[in-house]
Design a protein around this ligand. Structure first.
Ligand SMILES: C[S@@+](CC[C@H](N)C(=O)[O-])C[C@H]1O[C@@H](n2cnc3c(N)ncnc32)[C@H](O)[C@@H]1O
Length: 286
């Protein structure tokens, strides 16, 4: 078995080419997971699960050649393990590669791998967790789940977020800022359901977009607030806009934001702490 599989090294397997901004994204995830698993596993949860529906192959290569563990390897590298890991990706080769890498993980049996569209796979994941919770007295002693939802663009549908929200799930959600800015002028002229409709789960974004065009109001702040208001309906604490780190490309154009949602003030405090500083130690840019 190749020991390099779980390290930030070139192990000869498929590595995803990534932009330099990915370093901060994975740094925030890694810092958050560390705090989360250390503190939450001491609490009274039936189980603590990690869900990664856009897992990739497990490693990323930055433009400068540096290799970074991807989100699933970061999750299994924590000093305390989760009870279950749900990894899936639409790309078969990514999952085959990830399986090989994870084979050296001592608790490999805790991992479920699936190939498929996240917006379909989510139902099976949710049902598996619900069944396990029902072995105990329903609704009294439940699992706590953490989902990292990290697509390339507009592939994450609202119904997937909604399904996970029905479980007790903290989420780190990719908000596709550039994808929305780029696609909205075209999609506004197309009848529902477009990818942006699917992302928001309805067509209200169109009203916000039209207001933005006619009165010159900003676009993403009201869109983000609307998305978060939908999450609030599930009991998430989502009030602080400063904790949505923005990731920019080399031309300083905003690509995406990460939205963090959870129902506990401790989780929110952790996220605020970890996103304050970037991977190079500098204070984050808003
Ligand atoms: C940004 S990458 C994920 C990177 C990964 N989180 C990491 O840290 O290395 C997005 C992944 O989503 C996958 N993907 C794209 N559309 C998808 C879909 N509809 N369902 C599931 N996976 C999808 C791609 O194959 C790609 O591996």
């Amino acid at each position: 078995m190749n020991k390099q599989f779980l390290e930030s090294d070139d192990d000869g397997l498929l590595i995803r080419d990534a932009g330099e901004w990915v370093e901060n994204k994975l740094y925030f995830l890694s810092q958050y997971l560390h705090r989360f698993i250390v503190s939450m596993s001491e609490k009274q949860w039936r189980a603590i699960n990690y869900i990664d529906l856009f897992s990739g192959p497990g490693k990323n290569r930055l433009p400068n050649g540096k290799i970074l563990k991807g989100s699933p390897l970061i999750a299994i590298s924590q000093e305390k393990t989760f009870d279950k890991y749900f990894f899936s990706d639409i790309d078969l080769e990514n999952i085959e590669t990830l399986k090989k890498r994870c084979a050296t993980f001592l608790e490999y049996g805790k991992i479920s791998f699936q190939v498929g569209d996240a917006n379909i796979v989510v139902e099976e994941v949710a049902q598996t967790i619900e069944k396990e919770n029902q072995v105990y007295i329903p609704n009294t002693w439940t699992s706590l789940n953490l989902a990292f939802l990290d697509p390339h663009g507009l592939e994450l549908n609202w119904h997937t977020v909604e399904r996970l929200a029905q479980l007790r799930t903290d989420m780190i959600i990719y908000y596709p800022q550039m994808g929305i800015s780029r696609e909205a002028p075209r999609e506004i002229n197309i009848s529902p359901q477009t990818p942006i409709d699917n992302f928001f789960g309805d067509t209200h974004w169109r009203d916000i977009y039209c207001q933005h065009l006619s009165v010159g109001t900003s676009l993403h702040r009201p869109l983000l607030d609307y998305y978060k208001s939908k999450l609030k309906a599930f009991g998430y604490q989502v009030d602080d806009p400063l904790d949505e780190p923005v990731f920019k490309n080399s031309k300083d154009a905003p690509l995406y934001r990460l939205l963090f949602v959870c129902k506990s003030s401790l989780g929110n405090k952790f996220w605020k702490d970890v996103t304050r500083k970037m991977a190079n130690g500098q204070m984050k840019l808003l």
